[in-house]
Design a protein around this ligand. Sequence first.
Ligand code: SF4
Ligand code: SF4
Length: 375
Amino acid sequence: MATGTRIEPTIQIQSSLAELARATGCAGKPKKKLVRRASPDRSQVVRHGFQVAFLLLNIWIGGEFYLWVRDYEAGVAPHFSRPAGVDGWLPISGLMNLKYWALTGRVPSVHPAALFLLLAFLGIAFLLRKAFCSWLCPVGTLSESLWRLGRKVLRRNIEFPRWLDLPLRGLKYLLLGFFVWAVAAMPAAEIRGFMHTPFGLIADVKLLDFFRTIGETGLIVIGVLVVGSLFVKNLWCRYLCPYGGLLGIVSFFSPAAIRRDPERCIDCAKCAKACPSRISVDRVLAVHSVECTACMECVAVCPAEGALGISLAQLPGARRRSRYLPAWAVALAVAMLLFGIVGYAKLSGHWKTDVPSAIYQQIVPNANQATHPMP
Ligand code: SF4
Ligand code: SF4
């Protein structure tokens, strides 16, 4: 019969497909049903808002500081007071002050804001992984803008192969190790002495002068980093930033992590593809990588309701469904830690460097003579 001759080949094809599925290990893996998200993700709008606000704040601080320096150089009374926030650009001073504070219990009088800002950023790293890098750091913001621009223009970014990526990622820890080793070798009295040398007092002015009088080598290095950042995602942050390395180590002990619910996940791998840190988010239940910056890009692209989110701790069973933190809660936690610690420092009178204007009058115009005291 005509019907019989048409059905037979179909049965054969089906059984061959079943055999192929068994042979490739795909048998018995039912396709999961996608339950679409009820509302669109807003995490990136909130995060980018934070990045822009913090970048503008840094431009404001930098501008005010520049005018403060210029007034001293011109020999006139400064129109502004020194913005203490500029200490945030002195991570080594922050590290030294942290050690001094830990050893003596006293808040240092020179660049104390470097200590409080470092504490705030370490606190953020402990609570919310490297959120400082993707929510606040102006260098991180510029890095991100560059690779996004590069991807737009060139249609793709370059990814180094794993065998090269891994050792390159180790460079930032080497740099961090060098700074930690240098600070570890200094007793408290030596740190205090260093901070009160002309170089220590105006380490911020020296940093400004580095950029104002940058030489050919410095320009080439910055140029290579800028151009390279167009091609490679977060070139500086991923491979070279010792500050990010330190925050990454602290973040390893964080209870917060991006967590995936395997029952709701449909294994589309969009999260892994979107992750700027190249983390295989779709293959793990929780992201404990020291490279995770809590940027929530993976969460933003996930199409499945409740499949992916950031949470402070794993809750068992059905309670897993309500465990994720909304982006506004992450933003609030970052802001509270930062402004809480800065607010405490201000209210307790420890925020500003305790250096008389007469000292600055002497050393700021002669900053080129303030050389590093160490051999
Ligand atoms: S895992 Fe998610 S939050 Fe972490 S870096 Fe990757 S995209 Fe960002
Ligand atoms: S984006 Fe990731 S977590 Fe979300 S459904 Fe796809 S694989 Fe699962």
